[in-house]
Design a protein around this ligand. Sequence first.
Ligand code: NAD
Length: 258
Amino acid sequence: MDLLQLTNKNIVVMGVANERSIAWGIAKKLLEVGANVIFTYRKERSKGKIDKVLANYPDHNTAVVECDVNSDESIAKAFTEIGEKYGVIHGVVHSLAFANAEDLKNRFVETTRDGYAFAQDTSSYSLIAVSKAAKPYMTEGGSIVTMSYLGAERVLDGYNVMGVAKAALEASMRYLAADLGADNIRVNALSAGAIRTLAAKGIPSFNQILHKIEDTAPLKRNTNQEEVADMTLVMLSQLSRGVTGETIYIDCGYNIMG
Ligand code: NAD
């Protein structure tokens, strides 16, 4: 029995930089279950990597489209291209974020106006902009999933301006869920545990974070790309059809500990 019912569904996956990206783990599983995966990328370098791994999936219906979420023009161009090619979008995975390195390294009080606005624009506002651009093509309803982190609600060392951006991301997710529910579009956030990716490299003392989670989390280990991908597929699928506006933790239970 096909519980997920994602075969031939058109899913936009944003945020594959390389094979370590959380978004790549998600895309790989989507391809395995027969979804049509539309990748968006920001840098040519990422496109090269996506094209290379997609060579292993020659029989799948895929597309690779440029989209820089800091630009309304780029978002509009990308989603028009996707909409014209696929007609209907059934799901969007928003798995991207960025902040200036100095805003993660310096004391939080030193956060600059520009650095704050840039982190918010890239990591939080982009969810609203992308949802707006995808909505005209989500004519059969659907699911939008974004990636958050525990730093949205707790002060975590070195997460600084990104923690504030993730708090705004989670609040935006709830407002979008309330607004788009009438269109049968669900919007949820997954709060992933720490995973070694390119983005994680920017976070000082990442190794210590991984060790602390291993010691403290109920499951006594860290999560991984595959576990986050599995839950993302659930959130994109009809299995989660009654769930919207939620932040769901895939962190081996770490968030419940004192
Ligand atoms: P990653 O570096 O592989 O992915 C980040 C992606 O963001 C990259 O593909 C990058 O190109 C994209 N991006 C940045 N600025 C962009 C822009 N202006 N336009 C378009 N794309 C842009 O790292 P990742 O860990 O897979 O991160 C994916 C998401 O998961 C992020 O939102 C991150 O905050 C979140 N997350 C990561 C962890 C972790 O420990 N790795 C934990 C929880 C949440």
